[in-house]
Unconditional design. Structure first.
Length: 260
C-alpha cells in the first residue's frame, strides 16, 4: 500500500504544480518534491504533459511564457505520421519511448492477463516495457540531460504512461521517495477524466467501456511497485539506466537540472 501525500499537486510551500495551459489536461511541474537529503526538486526545470500538440494559440503562449526551451516528444513514428509536424516556437526532440515489436506486445498481453488486479497488471506491463526498451528509455533520459538551459517539457499522448514512467525515473534519480513519485503519477487519472468520459460516451459495448476504464487508471501502487522491482533487480534506478546506456555524466546532469 502506498502512503498518499496530503496534496501531491502542491509543494510544502503551497505552490501549485498543476499548470493550466489551454488545450491540455495533464500538465504538471516536477518542482517542489522533497528529496531524501532534505532538499527539493526545482520548479521550472522539467514539466510533464499530455500532448502539447493539443494546445491552443493561447496555450502555446503560456508554454513559451513559462520558459520552455525544449520539448521531448515520446510518441512513436505512427503517432507522428498521423500528426504532421508544424512550425513550433521551441526546439522539439522526438525520442520514441518504445517501438512496434510483436514479441514485446505478446509479452505485454500475457503479463496483463496473468495479473490478479488492475494495479498489478499496470505494474507488470510497465516492467515489460522498461526491460524490452531500455535503450529507448536511456535515449529519452539523455535527451532531457543534454537539453539546453530552460524548461524541458516531456510528453506523449496522455502524459500518464510513457511520460509517467520517464518522469518517475527522473524524480527517483533526484532522490525523491517512491511514495511521493507514485502519488504524482496517481494524479493523471483524475486530470484526464474529461478525455476518459468522452471515450466512454463513444464506446459501443460494455466490454469496450471496461477496457477504457482499465487503461485509463493510474493506480499509485502500480508505479511504486515498478520502482521497487527495478531497484530489486538492478540495485537502483541509476544502475537500470546505465544498463540501457545512460552515462554517469548524463545522470549527473539530470540531478543538477532537477535538484535545487
Amino acid at each position: 500500500m502506498v502512503d498518499q501525500l496530503p496534496d501531491p499537486s502542491a509543494d510544502r510551500a503551497g505552490r501549485e504544480r498543476d499548470l493550466a495551459w489551454d488545450g491540455c489536461l495533464n500538465v504538471r511541474d516536477l518542482g517542489g518534491h522533497p528529496t531524501g537529503d532534505g532538499r527539493a526538486t526545482r520548479f521550472g526545470a522539467i514539466v510533464r504533459a499530455d500532448s502539447v500538440r493539443q494546445l491552443s494559440e493561447g496555450g502555446w503562449a503560456e508554454l513559451v511564457a513559462y520558459g520552455v526551451a525544449t520539448i521531448v516528444d515520446l510518441r512513436g513514428a505512427d503517432e507522428l505520421a498521423s500528426d504532421p509536424a508544424a512550425e513550433l516556437p521551441v526546439q522539439v526532440v522526438h525520442v520514441p519511448f518504445f517501438v512496434h515489436d510483436d514479441e514485446a506486445w505478446a509479452e505485454v498481453e500475457a503479463a496483463a492477463a496473468a495479473a490478479p488486479t488492475a494495479a498489478a497488471a499496470t505494474r507488470d506491463v510497465y516492467l515489460v516495457f522498461l526491460e524490452r526498451f531500455r535503450t529507448n528509455v536511456a535515449s529519452a533520459v539523455a535527451a532531457v540531460a543534454w537539453a539546453p538551459e530552460g524548461t524541458v517539457v516531456v510528453h506523449c499522448a496522455g502524459g500518464k504512461d510513457r511520460t509517467g514512467l520517464l518522469t518517475a525515473l527522473l524524480l527517483r534519480l533526484a532522490g525523491v521517495g517512491r511514495a511521493t513519485i507514485a502519488a504524482d503519477y496517481g494524479l493523471s487519472e483524475e486530470r484526464l477524466r474529461p478525455r476518459t468520459e468522452a471515450w466512454l460516451a463513444e464506446a459501443e459495448t460494455d466490454a469496450e467501456r471496461e477496457r477504457i476504464r482499465r487503461v485509463s487508471g493510474t493506480p499509485a501502487e502500480a508505479m511504486a511497485g515498478v520502482l521497487e522491482e527495478l531497484e530489486r533487480r538492478y540495485g537502483s534506478v541509476a544502475a537500470y539506466l546505465e544498463a540501457g546506456g545512460v552515462t554517469k555524466a548524463e545522470l549527473d546532469r539530470i540531478r543538477e537540472r532537477l535538484v535545487a
